[in-house]
Write a protein that binds this ligand. Structure first.
Ligand code: ADP
Ligand code: MG
Ligand code: MG
Ligand code: MG
Length: 401
C-alpha cells in the first residue's frame, strides 16, 4: 500500500497515467488536470487529453473538506467507497461508473469520467425530466439491497461483508445530522431567518421525537443489506438515456428503507422546492404531479423487482415463506416513509441544505416551501404505520400542501 499524500492536480495526473492504461501512448505533456469537486468531503480531479480520453481521480482527505482540518475524518472511507461501488457494479454494471483502479493507502479511486452526464439535483432544480431515472433507480435499489442481504448471501459471506463495511465515522455523521440535530437547538443547524419558531417546534414534538428515535435505533442496529448510504440527488448522475450512482463512501450494513427513503425524500424536496422555483403555475403543477407519479413508480418498481428476487432467488429455505416475506416488505415500506420524512426535515433545518430550497429567490416562497417540507416530513415520520400504500401517501401529500 502506498504512503498517503494529498494530491495536487499534477500528482493526480501522474497517478492516473501510472495506474491505468487509458493514457498509454499519449504524451503526458498534452494531458491536463484540474480539481472539479463540489462535494462536501473529498477532492475530485479530472484528467483529460484533447482527444477526449479522460478519467476522474477522487481522493479522500484526512478531514472533512467543507469544515477543514478541525474535523478529522477517516481515510478508510475511500476504501469503503471503492469496494461498495465494485459490488454495486457487479450487480448493476450499467448504473455505476466503471472503477479503473483503487488504492486504500492513497485513499484514491480512478473511475470513469461522467462529464457527459449532469448531477440530478441541478437538473431537477432546473425542472428537467429524465425518462430512465425512476426505472433505473428502482432496479439499483432492488438489486443492491436484495443481493447483499441474508436473503441471498450465504450466512458466513454476509457476516464477512458486514465486517468489511464497518463505517463508524461516516455513520456517525448520518446519525447526528439526520436524527439528532434537527430535534434540538444544535449549533450545527442552519435555519432560515424568519423560520426559527417553526424549527424550534421540532425540539418539543415528543411524538415526532419518539418516532425519530425508533428510526435512528433501526439505523444503528438493523444490518439488513449493504446500503449506499448517501442516495441524495447530488449522488446521481443523469443523462436522457443513462443513470449512474456515485459517491458510496457512506456504505454500511443498515436498514434497506434508508436508501429508498433517502431517494424519495430528495424527490419530495424538489416537489416542495418547485413551489418557489417554477414560476408558471400550470407548468409547476404538471411537473409536481410528475414527481408524485415518479415516487409511485419508484416504489412499485422496487417492490415488484424485489418480490421477484424474493420468490426466485431467496437461498435460505427458512426465509422462503410468503407470509414472512410480505411482512418484510411491509417493514421496508414503513422504514422508507420514515427515512424519507427524516431527509425532508434535516435538509430544511439541519446543517446540509439543498439547492431545491436554498436557491428559491423569493424569500416568502422559500419559507413556504420549507414549511411544506417540514409538514410532509413530519407526516411521513408520524403516519408511516397507517399509510398502507402509495395512494394513501399521495393523497396525504396533496392534502397537506
Ligand atoms: P464528495 O464525496 O466530496 O461529495 P462526489 O463523489 O459526490 O464527492 O463528487 C463531487 C463532484 O465531483 C460531483 O458532484 C461531480 O461534479 C464531480 N464528480 C464526481 N465523480 C465524477 C465522475 N465520475 N465523473 C465526472 N464528475 C464527477
Ligand atoms: Mg457527493
Ligand atoms: Mg459502467
Ligand atoms: Mg461523498
Amino acid at each position: 500500500m502506498a504512503v498517503y499524500k494529498t494530491f495536487q492536480p499534477q500528482d493526480a495526473l501522474a497517478y492516473a497515467v501510472a495506474h491505468t492504461s487509458l493514457f498509454e501512448g499519449l504524451d503526458p505533456a498534452t494531458l491536463s488536470c484540474s480539481e472539479i469537486g463540489d462535494g462536501n468531503l473529498n477532492l475530485v480531479f479530472k484528467v483529460s487529453h484533447p482527444s477526449g480520453t479522460s478519467a476522474i481521480v477522487k481522493q479522500a482527505l484526512p478531514y472533512a473538506r467543507c469544515v477543514g482540518e478541525s474535523w478529522p475524518l477517516t481515510l478508510d472511507r475511500a476504501r469503503i467507497e471503492a469496494e461498495a461501488m465494485l459490488i454495486e457494479s457487479e450487480l448493476c454494471p450499467a448504473l455505476v461508473p466503471t472503477i479503473y483502479h483503487y488504492d486504500a493507502g492513497m485513499a484514491v479511486t480512478i473511475m470513469e469520467d461522467l462529464s457527459d452526464h449532469v448531477i440530478l439535483r441541478q437538473a431537477m432544480v432546473a425542472g428537467e425530466h429524465f425518462p430512465r431515472l425512476i426505472e433505473d433507480m428502482a432496479r439499483f435499489l432492488a438489486d443492491t439491497l436484495f443481493f447483499t442481504s441474508d436473503l441471498y448471501l450465504d450466512q458466513q459471506q454476509k457476516k464477512a461483508r458486514v465486517a468489511q463495511f464497518i463505517n463508524p465515522e461516516l455513520c456517525k455523521i448520518t446519525e447526528d445530522l439526520f436524527f439528532l440535530d434537527p430535534y434540538c437547538d444544535h449549533e450545527r443547524n442552519n435555519v432560515y431567518p424568519g423560520f426559527e419558531t417553526r424549527a424550534a417546534a421540532l425540539w418539543h414534538n415528543e411524538a415526532l421525537k419518539a418516532e425519530v428515535a425508533e428510526l435512528k435505533f433501526r439505523f444503528l442496529t438493523e444490518a439488513q443489506a449493504l446500503l449506499h448510504g448517501d442516495v441524495h440527488a447530488g449522488s446521481i448522475f443523469v443523462r436522457q438515456d443513462s443513470t449512474k450512482v456515485i459517491d458510496a463512501e457512506f456504505a454500511y450494513y443498515g436498514p434497506m428503507g434508508f436508501d429508498i427513503g433517502s431517494f424519495i425524500g430528495n424527490l419530495l424536496l424538489n416537489f416542495c422546492g418547485q413551489w418557489g422555483l417554477m414560476a408558471a403555475e400550470d407548468q409547476r403543477n404538471a411537473y409536481r404531479s410528475g414527481l408524485l407519479e415518479s415516487i409511485d413508480q419508484l416504489w412499485s418498481g422496487f417492490a415488484e423487482r424485489f418480490s421477484e428476487h424474493l420468490s426466485q432467488s431467496t437461498r435460505d429455505p427458512s426465509l422462503n415463506t410468503l407470509r414472512w416475506q410480505s411482512r418484510l416488505l411491509r417493514g421496508i415500506w414503513q422504514d422508507t416513509l420514515g427515512y424519507a420524512g427524516c431527509e425532508l426535515i434535516r435538509r430544511t433545518v439541519g446543517l446540509a441544505h439543498v439547492k431545491d430550497l436554498d436557491s428559491i429567490a423569493d424569500e416568502q416562497r422559500r419559507l413556504q416551501a420549507a414549511e411544506q417540507a417540514l409538514i410532509l416530513g413530519e407526516a411521513l415520520v408520524l403516519q408511516r404505520h397507517e399509510l398502507d400504500n402509495m395512494a394513501d401517501v399521495l393523497a396525504m401529500l396533496v392534502d397537506k400542501v
